[in-house]
Write a protein that binds this ligand. Structure first.
Ligand code: AMP
Length: 205
């Protein structure tokens, strides 16, 4: 199924690569991410092994820049981020700019690669190339994150409003009052116990 990123909130994978982290650009880049309207769903600082990076960039195996790329990405800690926004995959690619930093500086001087990169390989940031790659790359680092786009069109909103909204508000209100230790378990049980669609057997006294 093909998703329309303009109508659904997508997730994409971003990396702030080791040279940008080593130069102390991570805070400025994260601030820019927020300013541009992305939600940071998850982020972690990681120092990746050679095996992991080879697997991540396996599509480039055999290319002339592959050994340099692997050496570079394993050279120090980087930041892995899962970003969410309408049309996130393309929006993040637009924000980072072209792979070639020289081209980015000429054509997109406010892009992250123009501002923080130094060359074609040392280009500060990574972004998934398309929605399919985004799903694969998010799962590569975070197998448990749901990569399905969040529907935000009016039909989906109306369905949720009519069928679930009041009911979930009740459950969430009770949850907030009780503050259980495991809120997810508590809510799951509450939903099952209070399912308005479950037939009820009335027992007459
Ligand atoms: P991509 O999968 O297109 O994001 O490419 C992965 C990374 O490989 C890029 O972000 C660059 O760091 C590097 N790279 C891609 N193409 C080249 C190239 N022609 N020369 C040098 N490095 C490259």
């Amino acid at each position: 199924m093909e998703f329309d990123g303009r109508r659904e909130v997508q997730k994409t994978l971003a990396l702030i690569k080791p040279e940008a982290v080593a130069k102390g650009y991570e805070d400025a880049i994260m601030e820019r991410i927020i300013d541009e309207g992305f939600t940071i769903v998850r982020w972690d600082k990681m120092h990746l092994s050679q095996e992991k990076v080879q697997l991540f960039y396996r599509e480039h195996e055999g290319k002339s820049f592959f050994p340099t790329l692997i050496e570079y990405i394993t050279s120090g800690p980087l930041i892995v981020l899962v970003l969410a926004k309408h049309n996130a995959v393309q929006a993040w690619r637009d924000l980072i700019g072209p792979t070639d930093v020289e081209m980015a500086k000429i054509s997109f001087p406010r892009s992250l690669r123009a501002l923080y990169g130094t060359s074609k390989t040392y280009n500060a940031c990574h972004g998934s190339s398309d929605p399919e790659a985004a799903r694969r790359e998010v799962k590569f680092f975070y197998p448990n994150i749901n990569t399905d786009p969040i529907l935000t069109n009016s039909e989906a909103n109306q369905y949720i409003r009519e069928n679930l909204e009041q009911y979930l508000v009740d459950g969430l209100t009770k949850l907030a009052k009780e503050k259980p230790i495991n809120p997810v378990d508590w809510l799951a049980h509450w939903i099952l116990d209070n399912n308005p669609n479950r037939p009820r057997i009335e027992i007459e006294e």
